[in-house]
Design a protein. Structure first.
Length: 287
């Protein structure tokens, strides 16, 4: 009975502190593939001060805790991160502080992480400690085969073109992935979910696949990429340049012809006028 009374007391304190303006902002539900890394962006707003026995006490956050599947993160609740502990699981990395950032990163996701995570801040005055019970839901997908997506489904490219290959899970949207890329069975240096191939040449041709570094079962179906040897893209550019040059040359020839024709007309007009004046002068001087 005493335990339930204590829980009820804590629940009442949580409601009161929330009403006073304390906040914890969680992200939307997060989905991750087993073995991958996810980040839970989080921010919190503690109280600035409380009044104790008629005296204002400035609030300082002295401890931060992340737990899972517990509404309060207090008492004997197992935590995934505790700023006062030296035995935190290294898979859970706290990226925040004690000022307003409570971001948590979970690496090498396991089935046990399929849970509701909650954050708690504890202050120098117990009445200013707070847990937001809504939490953030993390869903873990086990053994989902990755897939490669590209803007070109046929995989046929010309020399000099570019392509971006994306390694993703069809079961949920994942923003952070540590993957291994392969071409014809040989590992590439890229480790992110995206590979950019620019100025393609024949050596880029091959079967590309990707998968999570720590989960071989996620290896994707190969994506076949073929680059034409002929360099059709360069030839097309050369043809366009030649056609453009011919058009410019034709325009210049037309302009020159027009100028010559105009000059010829002016010259003929001058000669004709000079001849007419000369003939008129001869008639006037004849007795």
């Amino acid at each position: 009975m005493a335990v339930w009374d204590k829980k009820i007391l804590w629940a009442v304190m949580l409601v009161l502190t929330d009403a006073l303006g304390q906040r914890v902002n969680y992200p939307d539900p997060v989905c991750g593939v087993k073995g991958s890394t996810v980040t839970l962006p989080c921010s919190f707003t503690p109280l600035k001060s409380v009044v104790v026995n008629g005296r204002e006490v400035l609030i300082e956050i002295i401890r931060v805790v992340w737990c899972k599947n517990h509404e309060l993160c207090v008492f004997t609740t197992p935590s995934v991160y505790d700023s006062e502990s030296n035995n935190n699981d290294p898979r859970y990395r706290y990226l925040g502080d004690k000022k307003g950032d409570c971001t948590l990163q979970i690496s090498d996701l396991q089935e046990e992480d399929n849970a509701n995570f909650r954050f708690r801040m504890e202050a120098n005055e117990p009445r200013a400690s707070f847990t937001n019970r809504s939490g953030v839901r993390v869903t873990v997908v086990d053994g989902a085969q990755m897939e490669i997506r590209s803007s070109r489904h046929d995989g046929e490219f010309k020399r000099g073109e570019s392509v971006t290959l994306n390694c993703s899970s069809p079961m949920c949207t994942i923003h952070q992935l540590e993957v291994t890329w392969f071409r014809d069975g040989f590992a590439l240096s890229e480790s992110g979910p995206t590979v950019h191939l620019r100025y393609l040449t024949a050596k880029d041709s091959g079967n590309y696949s990707c998968g999570l570094k720590k989960n071989e079962r996620t290896l994707s179906v190969p994506y076949s990429l073929h680059v034409e040897e002929g360099g059709g893209g360069s030839l097309h550019l050369i043809v366009r340049l030649m056609v453009g040059g011919l058009l410019v040359l034709f325009a210049v020839i037309v302009v020159v012809c027009v100028i010559k024709r105009t000059a010829k007309k002016v010259e003929d007009s001058v000669i004709y006028s000079s001849g007419a004046i000369y003939s008129t002068g001869l008639r006037q001087t004849t007795p």
